[in-house]
Design a protein. Structure first.
Ligand code: FES
Ligand code: FES
Length: 156
């Protein structure tokens, strides 16, 4: 039986009528056309589907959308302001931290979530924090540099 929920996604209130077996990833991509969260393993093991729910990063493939009633959700599409990129997005470009880009939305959101918790993480902390997000292309070094560069810039 379908259920109606209300969520706030990237600052916009959305009322959604959905089947109980659909994941948050399904609903973001198929109902809201927010395709930045990527469909990877669909088993909670790659992080490509990462979004931020109530301030915490989650694998959206592992969460039923009906459980999200009342939640605030941030996806990669919610970061830029028009053509103005968020500082973490810009840093990934500046540090050459992406190649194919499939992991990038999740990595950027993980970087943002980490710095929201810890303004000055060490390299090891960044490495551990993004440990559940897989990247087949970059070897991770530039991703870590990009996150640390934002931390350094915010410190001033
Ligand atoms: S697609 Fe969700 S963790 Fe891989
Ligand atoms: S840039 Fe290709 S998977 Fe990370």
């Amino acid at each position: 039986m379908v259920k109606t929920i209300q969520v706030k996604v990237n600052g916009y209130v959305e009322k959604l009528t959905i089947a109980p077996n659909r994941t948050l990833l399904d609903v973001l991509r198929e109902d809201l056309a927010l395709t930045g969260a990527k469909r990877g393993c669909e088993a909670g093991e790659c992080g490509a589907c990462t979004v931020i729910v109530n301030g915490r990063p989650v694998n959206s493939c592992m969460i039923l959308a009906v459980e999200m009633d009342g939640a605030e959700i941030l996806t990669i599409e919610g970061l830029s302001r028009g053509t103005q990129l968020d500082d973490m997005q810009q840093s990934f470009i500046d540090e050459f931290a992406l190649q194919c880009g499939y992991c990038t939305p999740g990595m950027i959101l993980m970087g943002k979530a980490l710095l929201a918790e810890n303004l000055q993480p060490t390299e090891e902390t960044v490495r551990e924090y993004i440990g559940g997000n897989l990247c087949r292309c970059t070897g991770y070094e530039n991703i870590i540099k990009a996150i640390l560069a934002v931390a350094a810039a915010r410190k001033g």
